[in-house]
Design a protein around this ligand. Structure first.
Ligand code: XMP
Length: 517
């Protein structure tokens, strides 16, 4: 994507560096995050940033060996914004002084008031009084670097916002990228405007460029793509098909552990609607027999994973492809920062079909590897994928097998699938689907006594699970109204033969996990 104006984010290891990139992408600015260790003077020259942001980080510039950017950064003539640790780096390198935080640390919510005169970076700020910001650094600036003036102060941070407008150097002690700093987006928007970004990073532009890049990479070769029904592989498949047409073949391994109607939807969408060559590997019987007698959750995962690769490989064998498409996203690719021991940089890799590329000697096509999840969704919309596909809740690879504690059988799956469909239908009818991160039914390995009509029943119990979350790492149970729960329980018991009791799981993560297994 070299034709776009680029912003470089130098990462010093803050937990929220990715948010800087996400905010900038929302402003239609193309940016990349690179760990401080990697950013040399040569790297800077090759990257040719239009602006640079220095992230926060856990180190102290007063420590020997604290990570620093190359001094050439400040001779490029481009705007630089330092955030928290990044502010201190700027002050230290440009001739100011930073002291350890004793007594001056300010963490969490703070209020910044204006100081010496207006500043282009702060257009729109302070119109309604002090601005709320999120502070998180213990060290503080004791003396400003020459050329800098103060434009915002808070009780604990006399140099909350400093700038040298002539050189377009700005530094703030708080985090503008987090939502606890409500004016943060405006500040970042001002910064990219000052830097002269044109806002050319749109999904329409990305689509054209990605198609050209896929064509250039693949040439006359063939590509196979594993479809799961999830948004990443779906978007990757449609994009690659647009680039190379029928030289893409999709393989949909149907392990029989999908939700109601899902397999039909995948086939209908890709084969019938998009006319993408699709192999529907309907292997549910094979998966079920491999799962017979397996009750341990990790054993279930291993069994399904092993068989998945086996089936995929069998169906791929006849295609003579050189390339395997993967829906790898940017967060899987960003090199993480490590300042303590070991190799300094670890690259997380993503194996949707674990180990397959090596085993089959395939090269990877990863057209989404510069995108965040929100951008993949936007690209999906751009490509005309229906909203129902794009906004879907995440679904685990091992599917319903891990929502069926105990043995997975065809009968238990059928009951689970029905109950799950009723629960999701309820959530959609009540307009709650998009407010929830994930919702599903778990079929419990417990039978309970009930009474229906005049008769006694002895049937399965199930649990409803619904959580809110940002990334699946932590989650809160969703507070349904009692009326919603009552109506859903009644519907499940009436509409799903085999279930006579419904419970609601009110465990958050931690200490629970989202799935039961
Ligand atoms: P947990 O249960 O660990 O789930 O809180 C966090 C997120 O990960 C999904 N999940 C999986 N996804 N293979 C997957 O592809 C798995 O084995 C797996 N286990 C959990 C889960 O659905 C949730 O979104």
């Amino acid at each position: 994507m070299s034709q776009h104006d680029r912003l470089l984010i130098i990462d010093f290891g803050s937990q929220v560096t990715q948010l800087i990139a996400r905010r900038l992408r929302e402003l239609k600015v193309y940016c990349e995050i690179h760990p401080a260790q990697k950013v040399t003077a040569d790297f800077l020259r090759a990257f040719r940033p239009r602006a640079v942001i220095l992230s926060g980080g856990p180190a102290s510039v007063t420590d020997p060996g604290a990570p620093m950017p190359p001094p050439e950064l400040f001779t490029l003539g481009v705007p630089v914004l330092g955030i928290c640790y990044g502010q201190q780096v700027m002050m230290q390198m440009l001739g100011g002084e930073v002291r350890r935080g004793e007594g001056m640390a300010e963490f969490g919510r703070a209020f910044v008031e204006p100081a010496d005169g207006p500043l282009d970076l702060l257009a729109g700020w302070f119109e309604h009084g002090p601005e709320q910001v999120w502070m998180s650094h213990g060290d503080h600036v004791a003396r400003l670097a020459p050329g800098f003036s103060v434009h915002g102060t808070s009780r604990g941070a006399p140099y909350a916002i400093v700038a040298d407008p002539a050189r377009r150097f700005y530094a703030v002690q708080f985090h503008p990228e987090v939502h606890h700093t409500p004016g943060g987006r405006r500040l970042l928007e001002n910064f990219v405007r000052i830097a002269g970004f044109s806002g050319d990073w749109t999904m329409a532009a990305f689509r054209e460029e990605a198609i050209a890049a896929i064509r250039a990479q693949v040439g006359q070769g063939r590509v196979i793509c594993g479809l799961s029904g999830g948004v990443d592989s779906s978007v990757a498949a449609v994009l690659i098909h647009e680039a190379i047409g029928d030289r893409l073949t999709c393989i949909f391994v149907d392990h029989g552990l999908l939700r109601e109607g899902e397999a039909e939807q995948v086939v209908g969408m890709f084969r019938d609607h998009y006319n993408i060559p699709l192999i529907h590997a309907e292997e549910s019987a094979r998966f079920l027999s491999a799962l017979a007698g397996v009750t341990d959750p990790e054993q279930k995962r291993k069994t399904i994973g092993r068989l998945f690769i086996e089936v995929f490989q069998e169906h791929a064998a006849g295609i003579e492809a050189e390339f395997l498409a993967q829906g790898t996203l940017y967060p899987d690719v960003i090199e993480s920062v490590s300042f303590t021991g070991g190799p300094s940089v670890t690259i997380k890799s993503h194996h949707n079909v674990g180990g397959l590329p090596e085993r089959m000697g395939l090269k990877l096509v990863e057209p989404l590897r510069t995108l965040f999840k929100d951008e993949v969704r936007a690209l999906g919309r751009e490509l005309g994928l229906p909203e129902a596909f794009i906004g879907r809740h995440p679904f685990p690879g091992p599917g319903l097998a891990i929502r069926c504690p105990g043995e997975v059988t065809a009968d238990r799956l059928a009951i689970l699938r029905r109950a799950d469909a009723v629960f999701i239908d309820q959530i959609r009818r009540h307009g709650l689907y998009d407010a929830i991160w994930q919702a599903f039914v778990v079929l419990l390995p417990v039978r309970t006594v009930g009474v229906m009509g005049d008769g006694r029943t002895y049937d399965h119990a199930c649990a409803l699970r619904a959580v809110t979350s940002v990334d699946g790492m932590t989650a809160d149970w969703y507070p349904f109204a009692p009326e919603f729960l009552a109506e859903t329980a009644t519907r499940i018991i009436n509409e799903v033969p085999g279930i006579n009791r419904v419970t609601y799981d009110i465990t958050s993560k931690p200490p629970g996990t989202i799935e039961w297994e």
